[in-house]
Design a protein around this ligand. Structure first.
Ligand code: ACM
Ligand code: ZN
Length: 726
């Protein structure tokens, strides 16, 4: 009687226990916390079904490295301290699992191999973070709370796209990326193998694709690389143990200048091109009017699908502009022959030809959303919706499937914020904070049954092999890989939960608390990440002053702060109780994991609301910085699209004057528009506007202005930009 009452009490208080001790990401479908714990010991024995031998070996290896324990096989299941089984009746949902930890043993039962692997990941997340370490951790206590977890993914597609084309990440980095995805139960890796700037897959029938197409630049200065078919097989096998399916993306008809550079006859004009070493979107599409183009696709796809066991083949399909097809007599002849209306319908025609080719091989086509928007496609395909998740409605209407990859929420090549000092990254849209990423809308569209899941994208075009990264001081040999990890983590954890966990089980405050315990896990995995700033719990105005109450965003980290506007460092005050400052902008605080590993400081952007009529803030200037008489203003991403823009200089303080002359716009180093001006900004004329027409906009390409600006005396102000309604 007493026992029964205790059990009832425990299960009633389970949510509280869950919050304190269990911080699993992605959040499982059901957790029942229990009393007590189980401690791993060196002499435990393991038993497992033969079908999950590779997953058992993964567990044994992981545990051996950090604990030193070399578990033996138990002769009988009943003698095992840890048991791994596969049972489709006990666990009916694909990729699902149960994990039972009692005082006596740990039992994982999966629906399939992936389920067993995910049970193992949940178990590892219940152990101390040191469990992930590649070296022996003698101080850790290897205990697991007693618990019962019943879990399965809400969506079958939980993916990441890695752009290995614009920057060549070697096989070992890709394996690390896979390992990190698998830690968070993600199961699809789209390898973006082809783009204008690089062809990364060995194709035996077309050796020039990798002899020429894999390299930008000349001789020993060339950049790039490719995967041999043997390396691809190694990556596939590595991923398979971890439940990750690698889906190759062979991009066409656009984004394939690397192939055109190798075989000029692939494009309409037959003109020789070079592989670009800066971000560039080529207009030279695969010609749809030549038989050789179809033979090329058939050959390349045949080798590709023979190599990758995935049931999917991704054909890219995004961002084609059709000028070349418009001008090509052979392409136009196909348009007439097929009775198509518009040149863009030729893309739908090509998609159909390839979809039929791939149907014979038992493969389903995946591509960017454009593949279902450029004419009718007769086979059901999977479209990655990257502009607006509401466009899944199109996929539903046309009988296709969709995966949600909105650039607004899950493009991890955007920075997390606008804090000064943030790394340079994509700018063609606003930053994506961890909270914004986590808050991606999925529910209302997912309900249609069209949506297979969620896929994050990590593009490399904005900074790697391009100007962005070249501007960053080389921190170390491996900076590009560290940079990729910095941008990917921790947001990948949010993407993982979006795909795995049902909407009604997800909440930002709960995720924020759970993720605070995962940074130590990433540290032990050897994974770089962006350290989050301290969290502001309250900001109160009291007697004209501001009082900040903070909380750590990283469990166990120290918060340091200053109240004089200076950058906090390893000897700054440690935050313990709320801090009161005269001016909000004088308060700065960092999350310090260890002295050399800290976040950017909390930053309070000035209030520009008094200038709202001039548009968005672009830059700040002071007479002291203008000795050269020229002001250079970066505006990459600030003036999106072509059209007319007003750029306004505003004086905010100072008794001096600023002599303003012409404004010149540059794209990379190419001079574009020039706007003449001869005027003075001062107390009598506090605002001056330049009107500029932009005609050569290109996403992701660096743009800037140079303005003749010669100060006399002390003067300071801002620059704003506003698109003029046409
Ligand atoms: C894309 O971002 N071009 C799919
Ligand atoms: Zn053509």
């Amino acid at each position: 009687m007493f026992k029964a009452a205790l059990c009832l009490l425990l299960s009633v208080s389970a949510p509280g226990i869950e919050a304190q001790t269990v911080s699993i990401i992605p959040k499982p479908a059901q957790i029942i916390a229990k009393e007590g714990s189980f401690t791993l010991t060196p002499d435990m024995a393991i038993a497992y079904d033969a079908a999950c031998t590779e997953q058992a070996e993964y567990l044994l290896q992981t545990v051996r490295r950090s604990t030193g324990f070399r578990w033996k096989e138990a002769g009988k299941k009943s003698r095992a301290g840890i048991l791994l089984e596969i049972d489709t009746l006990r666990v009916p949902a694909p990729e699902g699992y149960t994990l039972e930890v009692s005082g006596k043993r740990i039992a994982i039962c999966g629906h399939d191999k992936s389920g067993v692997f995910y049970g193992i990941q949940t178990l590892l997340q219940l152990l101390p973070p040191e469990i992930y370490s590649a070296s022996l951790q003698s101080d850790a206590k290897w205990s697991v709370p007693c618990i019962s977890v019943t879990d399965a993914p809400d969506h079958p597609w939980r993916g990441m796209m890695l752009d290995v084309a614009r920057y060549f990440y070697d096989k070992d980095f890709v394996k690390k990326y896979i390992d990190m995805m698998a830690m968070y139960k993600m199961n699809k890796l789209q390898l973006h193998l082809i783009d204008d700037s690089g062809w990364r897959l060995e194709i035996k029938k077309y050796p020039r694709l990798t002899e020429i197409g894999a390299w930008a630049g000349k001789n020993e200065k060339r950049l790039g690389g490719f995967y041999t078919q043997e390396e691809i097989k190694e990556m596939i096998a590595y991923a398979a143990v971890r439940g990750v399916e690698i889906i190759p993306e062979i991009e066409f008809p656009a984004h394939m200048l690397s192939a055109v550079a190798a075989y000029p006859w692939l494009c309409c004009t037959g003109k020789q091109h070079e592989v670009p070493n800066q971000h560039f979107i080529s207009r030279d599409l695969l010609c749809v009017g030549k038989e050789s183009s179809y033979q090329f696709l058939a050959d390349v796809l045949e080798e590709t699908v023979a190599l990758f066991p995935s049931k999917y083949i991704n054909i890219g399909g995004d961002e084609a502009v059709y000028d070349r097809w418009q001008e090509c007599p052979k392409c136009q002849a196909v348009l007439r022959r097929e009775g198509l209306e518009k040149t863009s319908d030729l893309q739908g025609y090509l998609t159909n030809v390839v979809a039929n080719m791939m149907k014979e091989k038992g493969k389903t086509i995946v591509g960017w959303e454009e593949i279902i928007q450029r004419g009718a496609v007769s086979q059901p395909v999977v479209a990655a919706i990257w502009h607006n998740v509401a466009d899944t409605i199109q996929a539903t209407r046309l009988g296709h499937k969709a995966i949600l990859s909105p650039a607004t929420h899950v493009y991890l090549d955007f920075p997390e914020g606008r804090t000064p000092g943030e790394v340079k990254a994509a700018t063609w849209m606003p930053p994506i904070s961890l909270e914004k990423c986590y808050s991606m809308p999925t529910g209302e569209y997912a309900a249609t049954g069209t949506v297979l899941g969620v896929q994050g994208c990590f593009w490399s075009d904005q900074f790697i092999h391009g100007t962005m990264l070249q501007e960053i001081a080389p921190l170390n040999e491996n900076r590009s890989e560290n940079y990729a990890e910095y941008l990917t983590f921790p947001r990948l954890l949010a993407v993982a939960e979006l795909g795995w966990t049902r909407t009604d089980r997800r909440s930002w405050p709960d995720f924020r608390d759970r993720i605070s315990t995962h940074f130590a896990r990433l540290d032990h995995k050897g994974c770089t990440y962006r350290v989050p700033e301290p969290r502001i719990v309250a900001e109160e105005e009291i007697d004209g002053k501001v009082r900040f109450t903070l909380a750590p965003s990283v469990q166990g980290a120290t918060i340091r702060y200053t109240t004089d506007g200076t950058y906090p460092h390893a000897h700054s005050a440690v935050y313990a109780t709320p801090v009161t400052v005269d001016n909000k902008s004088d308060f700065r605080a960092i999350t310090e994991i260890i002295p050399r590993h800290a976040s950017l400081p909390l930053y309070f952007a000035p209030d520009y609301s008094a200038y709202a009529r001039y548009g968005a803030f672009l830059a700040e200037w002071k007479s002291q910085q203008l000795a050269s008489g020229t002001l250079r203003i970066e505006n990459t991403g600030a003036m999106v699209g072509n059209g007319t823009f007003d750029i306004t200089f505003v004086r905010t303080r100072g008794s001096g004057r600023l002599n303003l002359g012409k404004l010149v716009q540059f794209k990379r180093d190419e001079q574009l528009a020039e706007v003449p001006m001869q005027t003075v900004l001062d107390a009598n004329t506090p605002a001056v506007t330049y009107r500029l027409t932009q005609t050569a906009f290109e996403a992701g390409v660096p743009f800037y202005f140079e303005v003749e600006a010669a100060p006399e005396g002390d003067i300071a102000g801002y620059v704003f930009v506003k698109k003029v309604e046409e």
